[in-house]
Design a protein. Structure first.
Length: 85
């Protein structure tokens, strides 16, 4: 006999992505071309209420592109390295 697992998702709690300020701004700012400025995206992140959730997501999913939680890919790589050390 096979076993069935029931997963319950709480839809009453809003998803952090829905509350993210970046969802209300130009997405191109968060994915600048190589050598492009990240200032605009990081400025948006500074006042975002879900910045920590965003950064945690990027670190957990090894996001390699874009600004996540106010950090570039290079900054996230350095942070991950310092956490592992």
């Amino acid at each position: 006999m096979s076993q069935v697992t029931l997963v319950v998702i709480d839809d009453s709690a809003p998803n952090w992505r829905e509350r993210a300020f970046c969802a209300q701004t130009d997405p191109e700012a968060f994915y600048p071309e190589k050598g492009g400025s990240t200032r605009e995206a990081k400025r948006v992140c500074l006042s975002c209420e879900v910045r920590s959730e965003c950064l945690e997501f990027a670190l957990a999913h090894d996001e390699r592109f874009g600004i996540w939680g106010g950090m570039s890919e290079r900054e996230r790589r350095r942070l991950k390295k310092s956490i592992s050390a």
